[in-house]
Design a protein around this ligand. Structure first.
Ligand code: PEP
Length: 248
């Protein structure tokens, strides 16, 4: 069983003062945690977070990356820039970027490729909307999203990604699927990835994300097929983030 990975996604939250308190709370509360930890912060706070996390073993990540290497792409941020702050991870294809920034499956796949080429580990987000779930299209949607990514990867690269299954209807809503529903989707994701690389069953971590909090984290994280969590709202409070990590 892979070591579990708990990733905080701060989204567009924070300030220098708020972050200082949050990072200090995390740094000083790590006792009893036996999983990999990462925090994906807004771009302007990479320097602050990099400094605060030094020596803690907590990895730093960003929430997006350009599909381009360098050049005339105003407002975009490259893998090279993220590496200047020792980023290890980058979230790619979060449903909020797919929805509000019109990111297509193809663009998400290109960003994953670029992240890998630049030496970052992409956390590839997939998940169906409420409408798609009600129409019985979860497997179709998630299959299309992961398929677009797999189609641009070399066989060996499959082991270098992390996947986060995040049903859109569970993000920030307080609603969650049952752990069994999550396991069913994870099993499908693993099957598709194994189709591309026979080692993917063991080498790829598949996280669950969507309204995970201290009171429900154990239900998900105790399942062998759920390799960790992508945590939004609950990652903004040190004690909640740490309480989730302690159950991994
Ligand atoms: C997310 O943004 O990836 C997420 C899972 O958010 P929340 O935990 O707030 O539902």
């Amino acid at each position: 069983m892979a070591r579990k990975l708990i990733v905080g996604n701060w989204k567009m939250n924070g300030s220098l003062a708020m972050n200082a308190e949050l990072l200090n709370g995390i740094r000083t509360g790590l006792a009893g945690i036996d999983c990999d930890l990462a925090i994906c912060v807004p771009f302007p706070y990479l320097a602050q977070s990099h400094e605060a996390l030094e020596g803690t073993g907590i990895a730093l990540g960003a929430q997006d990356v350009s599909a381009h290497a360098v050049g005339a792409y105003t407002g975009q941020v490259s893998t090279r820039m993220l590496l200047d702050f020792d980023c290890k991870y980058v979230i790619v294809g979060h449903s909020e970027r797919r929805e509000y920034c019109n990111e297509s499956d193809e663009l998400v796949a290109n960003k994953v490729q670029r992240a890998l080429a630049g030496g970052l580990t992409p956390i590839v987000c997939v998940g169906e909307s409420l409408r798609e779930k009600e129409d019985g299209k979860t497997a179709e949607v998630v299959g299309r999203q992961i398929g677009a990514v797999l189609s641009v990867l070399e066989e060996r690269e499959v082991c270098d990604i992390v996947v986060a299954y995040e049903p859109v209807w569970a993000i920030g809503t307080g609603k969650t699927p049952t752990p069994t529903m999550v396991e069913d989707v994870h099993a499908l994701l693993r099957e598709w990835m194994v189709g591309k690389n026979p080692d993917a069953g063991e080498c790829v971590r598949i996280l669950y994300g969507g309204s995970m909090k201290p009171s429900n984290a154990g239900d998900f994280l105790q399942r062998p097929d759920i390799d960790g969590g992508l945590i939004g709202g609950a990652s903004l409070k040190a004690e909640d983030f740490l309480a989730i990590a302690r159950q991994a």
